[in-house]
Design a protein around this ligand. Sequence first.
Ligand code: GLN
Length: 236
Amino acid sequence: MKRQLKIGHLYPKLLNIYGDGGNIITLKKRAEWRGVNVEVHEINSGDVWLGEHDIYFIGGGQDTQQIEVSYELNRHKEFMTAERDRGAVFLGICGGYQLLGHYYQPHEGDKLMGISLLDAYTVAGNKRFIGNVTVGQAMPDNSTLVGFENHSGLTYLQGETKPIGTVIVGNGNNGVDKTEGARFKNVFGTYMHGSFLPKNPKFADYLLELALGEKLEPLDDSIENSAHNALINKAY
Ligand code: GLN
């Protein structure tokens, strides 16, 4: 039986910098290569919501775009919390990741309230973290993840929300505690742009397997893995 997968792309008109849209392409193609029928719904400000999705993706952006997204997301906080609790998969990148936590306090202005799917909070730091990132002891198989970071936000994890790995190169959540990203239930966040999933195929398949509820047969990831390996331990 042809399997179905619904992906909700949240606020791509506002949060979609540094190629983050490539994560949607990766999820879609890797599912279709396994014979899964994929629907991608872009959900922008003011759109009527199309009900439940298997995976929600939200990309990164500047503080100004995050203001509108914070307001919009909080209109759907109850629904998104119920989606988390029924096991839907979420992936937030950088600015989108920050808004999956409790709040993001920018340098100026009020706190941007998040929707608390992750027990984490973010405050703007005094420097921008810009450069390549290598993460070790990382989900799903305790190996490495690679990407690119560009953020001033410092994110701190609490409670049952745990990092997706340990920073080897770069800064990660806050440049101090060596944590990168976050996970609680099937909600994931990371500061890694790049885009993130094309160069981390095992993580992409992990999200698909959580969303589909089944193990996926392996693909020939020789190109993806060479891109991954080219970035390992590379600072610039
Ligand atoms: N505006 C946020 C920060 O600077 C997020 C940036 C981003 O999404 N790249 O931390």
